[in-house]
Design a protein around this ligand. Structure first.
Ligand code: NAP
Length: 546
């Protein structure tokens, strides 16, 4: 008789070693738990390891898009620019992993394929692609909100004879685009960052645009000598301000600009002269910086028109400028910052294809064929770059076979009932599974790092409470979960965020067949924290403890 070796046992298992997983490991370790992190990649970094496309950077200031829990780390680490590039964030996360000696508790190249709750033992069993198994009473999904790439299903994609690249898994060795004919599909945050950089390198760049983006022009700059040191000296105040700010970033960020717009006068009551003057004086910001765009779809349409006028002042070819004018409501998708995006379309080596009028038919071995192209109908390409987004918020856990009570599948539950969660932290039917920044959490419209730190600390306090009081399970109650999601929905009910013409990762509309529901919580991190703390203080109201 052979005895199968049992699973490796821990107090908690964390899946993912990005920003959240690293902090979860450090924090839970500090509470005395034996923790194992399982990470499919060969290194730490999560989304900042995979999305290494040219131009990748964060649109929140580096001194705020960073861990606040350790003064040593924030004093020691040196940011070089106001908004950090991908390589710098990746290096920062490696620094943190080494500084806190995290790697010894991380299993790299470990792809989790199944997570099953054993109701008798009150523990989670985690299986990996390599056949290993792990067990722990608590399971923390630090699997990221934008970690599952959404690849288009264009006929003939795999017949392309050139190089196909995906921004969300850019080769570590880089890609040589010099002098080559490059096509980019997708003009979301990623495409808008990538396109100006690729245009400088490529022989010719063809942008295939399905929905034109609204972008906020931005200046990123290196820190002046001594500037970072001055900021570091003010860290207590900076972190305190951040903590009180709805989006978890009190300084300039794509989100704070949107918030500031809310306080501006309404566009609808401005005269035609005022509107034109705003665009003349402030360009794109003049078109968008009005208070009623979030709530009044008519005002929003007027802003879109103004936006088109502002774009036409930058882009010299009128047809290209028209094609770059969005037809969906402003602010229903995540804000995008740009550095020289529209100017790129004035370059001789850049062509825009408006897929609204000239849709992609197929990918051929030699390039991309679109609907109304005259002549051969083919845009000849050496490289195709897909910047087509993510199956956000629920994507990562839906791809793992997660089984809770009665072997119910989390993926199936979300697919049929929609992306429900209590506080974004737990799902009814899945005891002892904590989801960092799941659906119904502030992460979608806030500084992820700030939102995530709050979640990790709340989970740590919760696990300590359970252990202290001898509880073996905690589980969200279906009613509390529904109430929470209804509360989150009510906040955005009267805004363009839920307008039917808006397909975005915020509402799942970007994923064919995904159940549509706005997945963010937009009352701000301080209010979210207050409610989470209140629930904890009421012995975890809305949860069943057993
Ligand atoms: P995204 O915003 O979802 O944009 C995807 C783009 O691909 C859209 O333009 C989409 O068009 C297009 N697309 C998708 N499928 C297509 C198809 N079959 N044919 C043609 N076009 C197609 O994704 P993302 O740009 O990767 O950004 C996702 C999120 O990641 C951002 O919202 C942000 O939260 C984060 N991010 C942040 C930064 C930053 O910090 N600055 C940078 C990059 C990403 P439609 O709009 O018509 O669907």
């Amino acid at each position: 008789m052979t005895i199968e070796p049992g699973p490796a046992r821990y107090d908690a298992i964390v899946v993912g070693a990005g920003f959240s997983g690293l902090y979860a490991l450090h924090h839970l370790r500090g509470l005395g738990l034996r923790v194992r992190v399982l990470e499919r990649a060969h290194n730490v970094g999560g989304t900042w390891l995979f999305n290494r496309y040219p131009g990748a950077r964060c649109d929140i200031e580096s001194i705020e898009y960073s861990y606040s829990f350790s003064d040593e780390i924030q004093q020691e680490w040196v940011w070089t620019e106001t908004m950090p590039t991908q390589p710098e964030i990746e290096a920062y996360l490696n620094f943190v992993a080494d500084r806190l000696d995290l790697r010894r508790d991380i299993a790299f190249d470990t792809d989790v394929v199944a997570m099953t709750f054993d109701e008798t033992a009150c523990e989670w069993l985690v299986a990996t692609a390599a056949g290993e198994s792990y067990a722990a009473p608590f399971l923390i999904a630090a699997t990221g909100i934008l970690s599952v790439p959404l690849e288009p299903t264009i006929p003939g994609m795999d017949t392309f004879a050139g190089t196909s690249l995906f921004t969300s898994r850019w080769p570590e060795a880089g890609a040589d685009l010099r002098g080559r004919r490059v096509g980019v599909v997708g003009t979301g945050s990623t495409g808008v960052q990538l396109i100006p950089v690729v245009a400088e390198e490529a022989g010719h760049l063809t942008v295939f645009q399905r929905s034109p983006a609204y972008t906020l022009p931005w200046t990123v700059r290196p820190f002046a000598p001594g500037e970072l040191d001055e900021l570091k000296a003010q860290y207590p105040q900076i972190r305190a301000a951040q903590r009180e700010h709805p989006v978890g970033a009190a300084r300039l960020s794509a989100f704070s600009v949107l918030l500031e717009m809310l306080a501006k006068p309404p566009l609808k009551s401005a005269s035609r002269e005022d509107r034109i003057r705003a665009v003349e004086e402030r360009g794109i910001m003049g078109a968008l910086d009005w208070g009623d765009l979030f709530f009044d779809i008519e005002a929003n349409r007027m802003a879109a028109e103004l936006y088109g006028e502002a774009v036409a002042r930058i882009v010299t070819d009128p047809a290209t400028a028209r094609a770059l004018t969005p037809s969906h409501p402003f602010a229903c998708k995540r804000p995008i910052i740009d550095q020289g995006y529209y100017q790129t379309y004035n370059r001789d080596n850049v062509t825009l294809v408006d897929l609204r009028t000239d849709p992609i038919v197929s990918v051929l071995p030699t390039g991309i064929k679109t609907g109304s192209e005259i002549g051969s109908g083919v845009h000849e390409l050496d490289v195709i770059v897909y910047a087509t987004g993510f199956d956000a918020m629920t994507g990562a856990l839906s791809r793992i076979d997660v089984r809770g009570r009665d072997a119910a599948s989390l993926g199936e539950f979300w697919a049929t009932e929609g992306p429900l969660s209590y506080l974004g932290l737990a799902v009814a039917g899945f005891p002892n599974l904590f989801t960092i920044q799941g659906p119904g959490s502030p992460s979608a419209a806030a500084n992820f790092v700030a939102a995530m730190e709050q979640n990790v600390e709340w989970i740590g306090a919760c696990v300590s409470y359970l252990r202290r009081h001898g509880y073996r399970t905690i589980e969200a109650q279906p009613d509390a979960q529904q109430n929470w999601m209804d509360q989150a929905a009510a906040i955005v009910e009267s805004t363009v965020l839920v307008h039917p013409s808006c397909n975005s990762w915020y509402n799942g509309g970007n994923v064919p067949g995904k159940k549509r529901r706005y997945m963010g919580y937009t009352a701000g991190i301080p209010e979210y924290r207050r409610q989470c703390d209140e629930i904890a203080a009421q012995d975890y109201a809305g949860f069943t403890l057993a």
